[in-house]
Design a protein around this ligand. Structure first.
Ligand SMILES: C[S@@+](CC[C@H](N)C(=O)[O-])C[C@H]1O[C@@H](n2cnc3c(N)ncnc32)[C@H](O)[C@@H]1O
Length: 334
């Protein structure tokens, strides 16, 4: 392509004048040749004292996939560059990466390259599955310092520290579904609130009158309180800090949300005791494929304490592990 060769000392001046004449070709990135800067030119050369040359320039970054720009930054073997992940999680100014084994020895320089190209201040490495009752993430800080961040999703703000509390983008559709429900005038109990993944959409979007957000993990409660403020729903949301099985009262909820996995079935008796006649329980849990839908209905029956119910709907929230699905059943209590 055509470029005008400019001594470094005049590069800014010439670039500016070409720009004002709309003769700087913004599709291409300026290049270098020794002490000369090669500026991509459109039309005739307006500077007779400067030479026009053929140049191999790169397209502007915005046209190049981040992968390419990240790989370019890295001094690692080319065969490893093909393993650089295209997918990553962005939570506010934090990027969370999963790296295949062969890349782990280079994880710090890789994190720096992702931060630079993706304009992130902090990069974390996701090392393993979310663990324990409190669903704590297993991550390593690779770049930056500030791990606390504010993530915006469908108009909802979530303050969190992804090194301390989980955030599952895989539950995105289910959060959207909760936000789109008509909960006007309802009292809702969110039995596993975390930082407010469902409580916020239910209070801020679905129009719930009152949401009782139960959470056992003090760190998650700190962010839950912050998110109640950030999303201006303090008039609707009350926090019950502790085991949701200790939440006092029976038949107080029009809707109960059970956003948990693996052992949620153990909490069904509590959910049935909390819900009013005609109310709805959104029961989430993980099931091996062969237990869907039979195993779901069986768990609900075993947890119902003999109360009549009907299954209003069953859907997959996300694939959880090979042949294991994270499912949600909408249970109408009759
Ligand atoms: C996985 S997180 C919430 C996930 C969220 N519903 C989502 O879908 O993104 C589950 C939360 O439930 C909390 N938790 C676990 N057992 C609990 C209990 N018995 N009572 C109250 N909270 C509990 C954990 O501390 C954790 O913050």
């Amino acid at each position: 392509m055509i470029a005008i060769a400019v001594p470094k000392t005049r590069a800014d001046e010439v670039k500016d004048r070409l720009n004002r004449r709309r003769q700087l070709d913004l599709e291409w990135r300026p290049g270098r040749k020794g002490d000369l800067v090669l500026l991509p030119l459109k039309g005739d050369n307006p500077f007779p004292e400067l030479q026009v040359v053929e140049a191999d320039l790169f397209p502007q970054d915005r046209h190049r996939p981040p992968q390419e720009r990240i790989a370019e930054q890295l001094d690692i073997p080319n065969e490893l560059k093909t393993l650089l992940p295209e997918k990553y999680e962005r939570l506010g100014h934090v990027i969370v990466l999963r790296l295949p084994e062969p890349l782990l020895p280079f994880r710090r320089e890789i994190a720096e390259a992702y931060a630079k190209v993706l304009k992130a201040r902090t990069v974390l490495l996701e090392k393993g599955m979310i663990r324990g009752v409190e669903r704590r993430p297993d991550v390593e800080l690779l770049f930056g310092e500030e791990t606390e961040t504010t993530h915006s999703e469908s108009g909802i703000l979530y303050r969190l520290d992804p090194t301390r509390v989980m955030f599952s983008s895989g539950n995105f559709d289910e959060k959207l579904r909760m936000a789109s429900l008509d909960c006007r005038g309802e009292t809702v109990v969110d039995m596993f609130a975390g930082i407010g993944y469902f409580t916020m959409p239910l209070a801020a979007k679905a129009g719930a009158e009152k949401v009782i957000a139960c959470e056992i993990n003090p760190e998650a409660i700190r962010f839950l309180r912050k998110n109640i403020e950030l999303n201006r729903v303090a008039d609707k949301v009350t926090v019950f800090g502790g085991d949701n099985r200790d939440l006092p009262g029976e038949g107080l909820a029009d809707r109960v949300v059970m956003g948990y996995v693996n052992v949620t079935w153990q909490f069904l008796p509590k959910a049935f005791s909390l819900v009013k006649k005609g109310g709805m329980i959104h029961y989430q849990d993980t099931f091996s494929i062969d237990r869907i839908p039979g195993g779901i209905v069986e768990n609900v029956r075993n947890g119902s304490g003999g109360r009549p119910f009907e299954i209003a709907g069953i859907r997959e929230v996300k694939s959880y592990a090979p042949s294991i699905s994270h499912m949600v059943a909408d249970v109408r209590v009759l």
